[in-house]
Write a protein that binds this ligand. Sequence first.
Ligand code: FPP
Length: 280
Amino acid sequence: MKALLESLRPGDKDSELARAIDPARLPEHIAIIMDGNGRWAGRRFLPRVAGHKAGVAPVRVTAETCARLGVKVLTLFAFSVENWKRPRHEVETLWRLLRYYLKQELPTLQKNDIRLQVIGRVDALPLEVRRELDATIDATFSNRGMVLNLAINYGGRAEIVDAVNSILDMARLDGSIHTLKMDEDLIATSLYTASCPDPDLLIRTSGEMRISNFLLWQIAYAELYVTETLWPDFTRTDLLLAVLEYQKRDRRYGGLSAPRGLPAGVTINEESLQPALRES
Ligand code: FPP
């Protein structure tokens, strides 16, 4: 948080928004479905790939802002297992942009102490893309700030299938297959995101009310935030507004927020107890 405030001009709108954020209740993990690149381009009578190109800058701003804010993990949905159905030219442009981003943004990742990780079926990616990803993962391996997970050739169902298969493979190898018992912990620790906390906040741009096969297991209790803003227009302000909205939510994880009998929406905190405490 301190790093973010130091990077903003005092009195600016973003500086004021950042100041309103409670550093003690930051989302540890933010996941984003970056949607609307095609529509952004369409509205400007440009080819779809122009929207993807315009989507690179918000990736940089979002990663940098989250890192400076003190978010521990940022997961971005860059390419789904279903995206191969898009025209070849579009898919190839996405690979080119990803390689460009990785080369161009290494200094930003290093400066902000960000460690890059990839989640998804990476083996199926073109060799040059895998090489660039491996090089950036290696170069940022010892960074200890935020983890940036790029979800590439990623699908939530595919991830669960891969996790279950890896559990079965391990059990066959160590001879425990006949006594193997599945439980939530075993699956969670076999997912691509095993080392990360579950997302607290899932942001989707461009107004669609869908999960699109993203982090199906991990978002069980995530707060959802959908903005009409198209991804290429997503700014630091939009991100800070999403975090502020998250901090207004009452996270109950299936439990209760306040003793029964209180009117809906009323929660008890120190501030609301002050008048009663003064009277007693
Ligand atoms: C969805 O918009 C977006 C994608 C499928 C790709 C996301 C890629 C980027 C933001 C560019 C670069 C990424 C990195 C990590 C450097 P859409 O094409 O589905 O938009 P539409 O719904 O309006 O058609």
